[in-house]
Design a protein around this ligand. Structure first.
Ligand SMILES: Nc1ncnc2c1ncn2[C@@H]1O[C@H](COP(=O)(O)OP(=O)(O)OP(=O)(O)O)[C@@H](O)[C@H]1O
Ligand SMILES: [Mg+2]
Length: 172
C-alpha cells in the first residue's frame, strides 16, 4: 500500500495541527484457520487541505484503513487522531464514500445530496444552497432531478456532512 499527499506546500508540523494522524496502525481479522494481518505499523499525517491518495493492489487494506478513519471499525493496534482528538466512532467531522455509492435510488441526485443536512435539521433553503454548491463542484449541475446514482453524487452527498455553517472541526 502506498500513500501520497500533495496540494499545499509542506509546513513544519509544529506550525499547524495535522488534520488526520495515523499512528502505528494495525488491523488483524480473525479467520477460521488463522488470523489475517491486513497491515501493521502504518504511520502517516495528512495536513489540513491536503489531497491525499492511498493506492495498492486489491486486498491490501485501503478500504479497511478508511473504515478505521471513519470510525466504523476499531483497529487491532494503534490509533487515528482527527486534529488532536482520537477517533472512537463515526462523526460528522468526516465524510465517507462507500465503494458502492450507497445512495437512495428513490431520491433524485439533489434529494440524496441534501439528505445529510435534512437529518441535521438544517433550514431547507440553507440545505438546498449547500447542495447546489456541491453538485456544481462534482460536475452534476443540470442533473439535480435525475434519479441515476453515481460516484460523483455519492461524493457530494458525503461532503455535505462537513457543512461550513457548523462550528464543528473539519478533518480536511
Ligand atoms: N470484516 C472482515 N472480516 C475478515 N476479513 C476482512 C474483512 N474486511 C476485509 N477483510 C479482508 O481484509 C483484506 C483487505 O480488504 P480491503 O477491503 O480493505 O482491501 P482493499 O485494498 O480495499 O481492496 P480493493 O482494492 O479490492 O477494494 C482482504 O483480504 C479482505 O478479505
Ligand atoms: Mg477497497
Amino acid at each position: 500500500m502506498r500513500c501520497a499527499g500533495g496540494g499545499r506546500p509542506w509546513t513544519p508540523r509544529h506550525e499547524r495541527a495535522a488534520a488526520v494522524t495515523i499512528d502505528n496502525l494495525g488491523m488483524r481479522f480473525a479467520a477460521a484457520d488463522a488470523a489475517h494481518d491486513v497491515f501493521s505499523g502504518v504511520n502517516l499525517t495528512i495536513q489540513p487541505g491536503e489531497f491525499f491518495v492511498i493506492v495498492g493492489p486489491s486486498g491490501c487494506g485501503k478500504t479497511t484503513l478508511l473504515r478505521i478513519v471513519q470510525g466504523l471499525i476499531q483497529p487491532t493496534s494503534g490509533r487515528v487522531l482527527v486534529g488532536d482528538v482520537p477517533i472512537t466512532g463515526p462523526g460528522t467531522d468526516r465524510g465517507f464514500v462507500f465503494q458502492q455509492d450507497s445512495l437512495y435510488p428513490w431520491r433524485t441526485v439533489a434529494a440524496n445530496v441534501v439528505f445529510g443536512l435534512e437529518l441535521q435539521g438544517a433550514a431547507p433553503e440553507t440545505a438546498r444552497a449547500r447542495a447546489r454548491q456541491l453538485i456544481e463542484l462534482v460536475g452534476l449541475a443540470g442533473y439535480e432531478l435525475h434519479y441515476r446514482t453515481s460516484c460523483r453524487a455519492a461524493c457530494a452527498s458525503a461532503s455535505i456532512w462537513r457543512a461550513p455553517w457548523r462550528s464543528s472541526r473539519r478533518s480536511c
